[in-house]
Ligand binder design. Structure first.
Ligand code: PEP
Ligand code: CO
Length: 458
């Protein structure tokens, strides 16, 4: 069903006629077709009723009644489809959501960047080392990172492997959410040692004490442990970058009109592919899922209005999540005109802030065995400054700042600097593991949630 009667006919494959940015050049069309046919025949990862439930919750968030927390790795990898890393990611997201619920007084919608976050946009199609050029690494769903012709060859069967890894990840997440999460509802069991290093330790302690008290109060009222009172919802999200994979997982379902991208609940269009008239916008205008859209310094107000008209012509509630990612130094200039344009066009959206992608720095490791190595990093204070400005700006413009989007992990990596323990550039190589963007570690992510809760509670 076309999303809009006046627009040309849509189908899960109508994007193929248009310019598609950021796609790998698969060397063998027959192999690509075989892989896509296989992927299209496999059962979906999510269901249409889960997608509808998320959409309803996003509609409520648009009215200021819920807050959205979206977070996870910049890129998942096939290697890291492991129980400790999945469980710790879920744990930090749940803990952050409890902190944010406490701060905002609103239920928090949780969307992981997981169970499908395998495709990455790249600034160049090829990478050159010592005079040799190979296809860029585009994420495990496309090729492998080693710098050899074999590893870098785009392999369409990786889409089928990614589907399997996503299913394994999601199966584990669903089981944990259904049963094994009791302890996480109790801040007494959280790893809060870092708090003592912060000048805000008393406030952090007060917040976590209050969360513990209110959870115990709820349990007393219900006469049952919190985790038995209500199953917590976790939704999945990923950048809908690799279109052959998204379209192969787009299905009709019985008794409902339209098409559903059942690879995830909440796909988003990345900053580099949000171009009206091109393939990504064409594909995403036709599906029934809610759709995220990254906007930033290069998004003009006119383009944003055009994108919203294409993606949600009937202004359906719960349909659009606008994820702004300007950077702490750009947001004050860039965000107000976009808010004004959305208000003037009377468009219903959920605004959320991604304070990661506009705040990426490159630093040279100053000392130690890896002195001289260049790495990507982000400063805790820049990330926090962007979120705080986002609250200010939305407040001033009578708009709702309805959520946050982070790159984070539940593990003790050293990729972003700052936070209570004051990680410095010197400390970055201790446990720098990301192949792509730097993530907040467990403590930094929890501290970020505490800072936001403090801001929300004001
Ligand atoms: C991302 O979210 O990992 C990403 C690539 O972001 P953006 O499209 O905003 O640059
Ligand atoms: Co990223």
């Amino acid at each position: 069903m076309p999303n809009h009667p006046t627009q040309p006919e849509w189908s899960p494959d109508s994007w193929r006629a248009l310019k598609a940015a950021q796609q790998p050049a698969y060397p063998d069309p027959a192999e690509l077709e075989a892989a896509v046919t296989e992927l299209a025949s496999l059962p979906p990862l999510v269901t249409s009723w889960e997608v509808e439930s998320l959409m309803q919750q996003i509609a409520e968030a648009q009215e200021g009644k819920r807050f959205l927390l979206q977070g996870g790795d910049c890129a998942e990898t096939f290697d890291e489809c492991r129980s400790p890393s999945i469980a710790s990611k879920l744990k930090i997201l749940l803990q952050m959501s409890l902190v944010l619920t406490h701060g905002s007084g609103k239920p928090v919608i949780r969307a992981g960047r997981f169970a499908g976050q395998y495709a990455k946009p790249r600034s160049e199609d090829t990478e050159t080392r010592d005079g040799a050029s190979l296809p860029a690494y585009r994420g495990d769903i496309v090729n492998a990172p080693d710098f050899t012709p074999q590893a870098r060859r785009p392999d369409p069967w990786r889409m089928v492997q990614a589907h399997a890894r996503s299913a394994i990840t999601l199966n584990f997440i669903r089981s944990l959410v259904d049963g094994g999460f009791a302890d996480l509802h109790h801040p007494e069991y959280w790893d809060l040692d870092f708090v003592q290093h912060s000048p805000l330790r008393d406030e952090y302690r007060r917040i976590t004490r209050e969360i513990g008290q209110s959870l115990r109060f709820m349990e007393t009222l219900a006469g049952a442990p919190v985790h038995e009172m209500r199953r917590v919802d976790f939704f999945t999200s990923h950048e809908g970058l690799l279109l052959p994979s998204e379209s192969a997982q787009t299905r009709r379902v019985p008794h409902k009109p339209g098409w559903w991208d059942l690879s995830t609940h909440l796909p988003w269009i990345g900053y580099r592919t949000a171009v009206p008239g091109e393939a990504h916008v064409e594909f995403f205008r036709g599906i029934r899922n809610p759709v995220g859209l990254k906007v930033g310094p290069g998004t003009t107000p006119q383009r944003l209005v055009e994108l919203l008209a294409a993606l949600n012509p009937s202004d359906e509630p719960g349909k659009i999540v606008l994820i702004h990612r300007f950077g702490a130094h750009e947001i004050a200039k860039g965000l107000p005109p976009l808010i004004a344009a959305v208000q003037a066009a009377r468009r219903r959206v959920l605004w959320i802030c991604d304070p990661m992608h506009g705040n990426t720095d490159r630093v040279t490791i100053p000392s130690g065995p890896q002195a001289g190595t260049q790495v990507k990093t982000r400063k805790f204070d820049h990330i926090l400054a962007e979120v705080e400005q986002a609250f200010e700006i939305h407040g001033m413009k009578d708009s709702v700042m309805g959520g946050v989007h982070f790159e984070l992990t539940g593990e003790e990596v050293t990729e972003c600097t700052g936070g209570a323990r004051g990680l410095s550039d010197e400390g970055l190589m201790a446990a720098y593991r990301s192949r792509v963007d730097p993530r907040l570690n467990y403590e930094q992510a929890l501290e970020m949630a505490l800072r936001i809760a403090r801001r929300l509670g004001r």
